[in-house]
Design a protein around this ligand. Structure first.
Ligand code: ANZ
Length: 813
C-alpha cells in the first residue's frame, strides 16, 4: 500500500459495488426488513448539488449501519423527472426535455455512485419512463373510476410567463405584497378555468386521524393539521327579502352579538342582492377592485375594507331585527359559505371591520375580571342574549344548534381549510391524462382498468414526441397543437378528443415508494406480497418544503389505495424527519448569482467522498441548517489519511492481542457510535472516530482483530476507505458492508451499569438497571420482565414500546 489515494480507492469500489450488487435488497428474506427512504431528487442541472449531500449522506450512513446490524435493508433511489424545471430549461436551451432529463439522470447516477451511497440500483425508477407512468396513469384512472377525479371550473392561479396553472403552494407573496410564482418569481393572477381536481377533501378526516398512528415530528403533524384546518360549528340561515343567506360560524353562541353580515366580493349571491341595493355602482366598483388582491392579503390586512349594500337588510333568525349587509374582501369565497355573521365584540377581524365602518358592537359573553386584552374571544357567561343570559357559552352553543335544527334554519357543520387538489397543468412535460372527451360531451377512460388485457393494450398512453413543446399563448396545453394525437375515437368509433392537460409535478412522487418494492412489474403497479413484505416505509427522510404538499398528497393516495384494497396498510410512512439546509460559506443560501455555490463533485475530486461524507455528518444534526466550512473537509481528509497510514502500522506490527487501553477505547467507540447512529447523531459519531484515532496512537498494541472491528465501525461513515483497508487486512472476499456489526464486550466499558427510567403512559413508573452493552431487544425484554413494570402493565395491551438507547424507555398501553 502506498500513500492515501482517495481517487483510486473510491473509483475501484464504486465500480465493484455496482457490479457485485452489494446493496441489493432481497424480497422475502428471513431477516427483519427495514425500508429506509430518502426523497428522490429532481434531476436538473449537471450533477448532485450541495443540498443533496446532506439529504442522502445521513440516511445512507443509517441504512449501512442497519444492514450490518442484520437487517434486510431497502435503500432505493430514482428520479422524479417530470415537471416545470426540466421543461423551463428545455424551453430556454432549445433542447428537448427528454434529452436534458436523460442527461441529468446519468450525471446524478454517476455522482451518487461517487458519493458511495449504498443504493440497490436494480430498483432504480424514473417517473418519465413509460413503464413507470403507465401505472401513474392507471392509478389516476382508479381515482376517476371511484369519482374522486373531477373536471371542474376552478378559480386558479394563472402565471402568464410560465403559461401554467399553479397551486396555492406554488405561489408566493413578494415584499410588496404581490403574488408571484415560486419558480421564476413571475406575476400570477386569478382565473376561472376548467381543471382536473383530485378530491383530497374527502380524505380530510382520515388524513387527520392517521397522524395519531405515525411517528412524525410534532411540527410536521401540526403543520398538516392546520393545513387541513378542521373547524366544528354550524351553518345558520339569515333571510333577506325571502332569499336565504347562509353563514358558517364556529361560534353559534355569539348569535345575539351579530350586528352585521359580510359577503365575499366573489359570491354569486351578490348578483341578486345587488338588484335590491340602491348603491349598485359603488358596490360593483369595490368588487372589481378586490379582484386584484390575493386571499392572503385580504385575510391578513389589518386595514379592513368593505361597502354596505344600502337598502337591503337580513333578518336575525332569533330576534327578527334588521341587520345591515356589507361586501367585504376579508371574507373568502372558498371557505364556509363565503358569508360571515359579524360579531365584532368577540372576533378580531370583525372588530377591526366594525371599528373602521362604524358598526355597533354588542358583547354577548361576559369578559372575565382578570382579562386584559382588547377583545375577549374566549368562552364564559352569556349576556345580552335574551332568555339565555347566565348560561355557560359552551352549553349555549349546543342549545343554539339544536334550536336552529328544530326550526329548520341551520345545522351542525364541519369545515375544512383544505381544498381539492388541482391535478392538471397546461404543459408538455408531464404524464398525459388517459381520458377522452366524446363528441357528446362525455368524459371516458381510455381503457377498462379492471381488464388486464385492455390495460396492457391501451396503457401507457405515451407522451407524444413533439418538436414544439413550448407553452401556448392562450394557455392551452402544447399537446393541443398535435392534432394527430388529439383526434381519436371512442369505443364505438365516434370521433373523440384526447384530454390534453398533463399531470402536475407531484403525480409521480405520490406512489414511487410503492414502486421501489417491485419496480419491474408489468402486470400491476406492485405485487401484493412484496408490498406486504416491505411496506410501510420505516424511516422517511426529506425536505421541510414537502410537509403540506408531497407528504400530504402521497398519504392521501395511499389511504385511497388502502380503501380500494390495493395496498396493505393505512399509512405509507411510519416515521419522518425533515432535513436542514446547507448554506454557502458566507452563511446565506447557495445561489449562482451570489457565487457561493459549493460543487460537491469538485470536493469529491479533491478530497474524496469519504472525507466529504464525514465532513457533512460532522457539521451537525441532520435537521439543522449550517454554512459550508472548508476547514471541515480538510480535517476529515486528514482523518482519513491518518486512518490509512495507521492501518499500515497495525498491519506490519502484527500484534496478537490488544492492550487493555485499546480494548477500552474500542468498546467505548462501538457502544457510542451504535447509539449515535441509531439516534441519527452522525456528527457525534464522527467525533467518536476522531477521539478513538487520537487515543489509540499512544494506547499500546492493537491487534489486527481489534483494528478490523474499528474498520467495521468506520464503514457506514467512510465506506470506501473502510472497504479498502478491510480487504487489505482481512483476506476476505466479502464486502465489509455485508459483515456483522461488532459486538460490544461489556467488561471493557468504563461504567457497565446504567439506570433507565421507564415511562408508562407518560409517567415515570420504574427504573431499571442493566448492563450498557445489552442490545435493544435484550433491554426491552429486561424492562418487560421488571416486577414494577409488570405490575403497571397488568392485563393491558402493550401498544408501543420505545427505547431511546441509554436514556429512557416509553411504554404506551
Ligand atoms: C361568528 C363568529 C364569532 C366567528 C366569533 C368567530 C368568532 P375558523 O376557525 O378558521 O374555521 N368565517 C366563516 N367563513 C369565512 C370566510 N369565508 N371568510 C372569512 N371568515 C370566515 O374560522 C371560522 C370563523 O371564521 C367563523 O366563525 C366566521 O366567523 C369566520 F366570536 O362566525 B365566526
Amino acid at each position: 500500500m502506498g500513500s492515501y489515494d482517495h481517487r483510486e480507492i473510491e473509483k475501484k469500489w464504486a465500480d465493484r459495488w455496482f457490479e457485485e450488487k452489494t446493496y441489493q435488497a432481497k424480497d422475502f428474506s428471513d431477516k427483519p426488513k427495514k425500508y429506509i427512504l430518502a426523497e428522490f431528487p429532481y434531476p436538473s442541472g449537471n450533477a448532485l448539488h450541495a443540498g443533496h449531500m446532506m439529504r442522502y449522506t445521513v440516511p445512507d450512513v443509517y441504512a449501512r449501519y442497519l444492514r450490518m446490524k442484520g437487517y434486510n435493508v431497502l435503500f432505493p433511489m430514482g428520479w422524479d423527472a417530470f415537471g416545470l424545471p426540466a421543461e423551463n430549461f428545455a424551453v430556454k436551451s432549445g433542447i428537448h426535455p427528454a434529452i436534458t432529463t436523460k442527461k441529468a439522470i446519468e450525471s446524478y447516477r454517476v455522482s451518487m455512485r461517487k458519493m458511495g451511497y449504498g443504493i440497490d440500483w436494480e430498483r432504480e425508477i424514473d417517473t418519465t419512463d413509460p413503464n413507470y407512468y403507465k401505472w401513474t396513469q392507471w392509478l389516476f384512472l382508479k381515482f376517476f373510476q371511484q369519482g374522486l377525479a373531477e373536471y371542474r371550473e376552478m378559480p386558479i392561479w394563472w402565471c402568464e410567463q410560465l403559461k401554467t396553472v399553479l397551486s396555492d403552494e406554488e405561489v408566493l407573496t413578494d415584499k410588496d405584497g404581490n403574488k408571484i410564482s415560486e419558480r421564476g418569481e413571475y406575476p400570477v393572477e386569478r382565473k376561472l378555468l376548467k381543471q382536473w381536481v383530485l378530491k383530497i377533501t374527502k380524505y380530510a378526516d382520515k388524513l387527520l386521524e392517521g397522524l395519531d398512528q405515525i411517528e412524525f415530528p410534532e411540527a410536521i403533524k401540526s403543520a398538516q393539521r392546520s393545513w387541513i384546518g378542521r373547524s366544528y360549528g354550524a351553518n345558520v340561515s339569515f333571510s333577506v327579502n325571502g332569499t336565504k343567506l347562509e353563514v358558517f360560524t364556529t361560534r353559534p353562541d355569539t348569535i345575539f352579538g351579530v350586528t352585521y353580515m359580510a359577503i365575499s366580493p366573489e359570491s354569486p349571491i351578490l348578483e341578486t342582492l345587488l338588484r335590491s341595493a340602491v348603491n349598485t355602482e359603488e358596490v360593483t366598483e369595490y368588487i372589481e377592485e378586490s379582484k386584484r388582491k390575493s386571499d392572503l392579503e385580504k385575510l391578513k390586512s389589518k386595514d379592513k375594507t368593505g361597502v354596505q349594500l344600502e337598502g337591503v337588510f337580513a333578518k336575525h333568525p332569533f330576534t327578527g331585527e334588521n341587520i345591515p349587509l356589507f361586501v367585504a374582501d376579508y371574507v373568502l369565497m372558498d371557505y364556509g359559505t363565503g358569508v360571515v355573521m359579524g360579531v365584532p365584540a368577540h372576533d378580531e377581524r370583525d372588530f377591526d371591520f366594525a371599528k373602521k365602518l362604524g358598526i355597533k358592537i354588542i358583547p354577548v359573553i361576559e369578559t372575565p375580571k382578570d382579562f386584559e386584552g382588547k377583545l375577549y374571544t374566549g368562552s364564559g357567561k352569556m349576556i345580552n342574549s335574551a332568555e339565555y343570559n347566565g348560561l355557560d357559552s359552551q352549553d349555549f352553543s349546543e342549545k343554539v344548534i339544536k334550536r336552529l335544527e328544530k326550526e329548520g334554519i341551520g345545522k351542525r357543520e364541519t369545515q375544512y381549510k383544505l381544498r381539492d387538489w388541482i391535478f392538471s397543468r397546461q404543459r408538455y412535460w408531464g404524464e398525459p391524462i388517459p381520458l377522452i372527451h366524446t363528441h357528446d360531451g362525455e368524459i371516458l377512460s381510455i381503457c377498462d382498468i379492471d381488464d388486464p388485457k385492455d390495460v396492457d393494450a391501451k396503457l401507457p398512453l405515451r407522451l407524444p414526441d413533439v418538436p414544439d413543446y413550448t407553452p401556448s399563448s392562450d394557455g392551452a396545453s402544447p399537446l393541443e397543437r398535435n392534432k394527430e394525437w388529439v383526434n381519436t375515437t371512442d369505443n364505438e368509433g365516434n370521433p373523440a378528443r384526447r384530454e390534453t392537460n398533463t399531470m402536475p409535478n407531484w403525480a409521480g412522487s405520490c406512489w414511487y415508494f410503492i414502486r421501489f418494492v417491485d419496480p419491474k412489474n408489468s402486470e400491476s403497479f406492485a405485487d401484493v406480497e412484496k408490498m406486504k413484505y416491505w411496506l410501510p416505509v420505516d424511516k422517511y427522510f426529506g425536505g421541510a418544503e414537502h410537509t403540506t404538499m408531497h407528504l400530504l398528497y402521497s398519504r392521501f393516495w395511499y389511504k385511497f389505495l388502502f380503501d380500494q384494497g390495493l395496498v396493505p396498510n393505512q399509512e405509507p410512512y411510519m416515521w419522518r424527519m425533515n432535513g436542514g439546509l446547507l448554506l454557502g460559506p458566507d452563511g446565506t443560501k447557495m445561489s449562482k448569482s451570489k457565487g457561493n455555490v459549493v460543487e460537491p463533485m469538485d470536493i469529491v475530486e479533491n478530497y474524496g467522498a469519504d472525507a466529504l461524507r464525514a465532513c457533512i455528518c460532522f457539521l451537525g444534526p441532520y435537521t439543522d441548517t449550517y454554512p459550508w466550512n472548508i476547514n471541515g473537509i480538510k480535517s476529515t481528509w486528514r482523518l482519513m489519511k491518518n486512518i490509512h497510514d495507521f492501518h499500515q502500522k497495525v498491519k506490519s506490527a502484527n500484534a496478537e492481542i490488544s492492550s487493555e487501553n485499546v480494548l477500552r477505547a474500542l468498546n467505548k467507540l462501538i457502544f457510542n457510535v451504535s447509539s449515535m447512529i441509531e439516534s441519527l447523531k452522525m456528527n457525534t459519531a464522527v467525533s467518536e472516530v476522531m477521539i478513538f484515532m487520537n487515543s489509540v496512537k499512544d494506547s499500546g498494541e492493537i491487534s489486527q482483530d481489534s483494528w478490523m472491528k474499528f474498520l467495521k465501525v468506520l464503514a457506514p461513515l467512510a465506506p470506501f476507505l473502510a472497504e479498502e483497508l478491510w480487504h487489505n487486512i482481512s483476506g476476505q472476499e466479502t464486502s465489509i458492508h455485508l459483515q456483522p456489526w461488532p459486538e460490544v464486550e461489556a467488561r471493557y466499558l468504563e461504567s457497565e451499569q446504567i439506570i433507565i427510567p421507564v415511562q408508562i403512559n407518560g409517567k415515570v413508573r420504574a427504573e431499571v438497571t442493566f448492563n450498557r452493552a445489552l442490545s435493544d431487544d435484550e433491554v426491552k425484554a429486561m424492562i418487560l420482565e421488571d416486577q414494577t413494570v409488570k405490575k403497571h402493565i397488568g392485563t393491558s395491551e402493550l401498544k408501543k414500546f420505545i427505547y431511546v438507547p441509554g436514556k429512557i424507555a416509553n411504554i404506551v398501553l
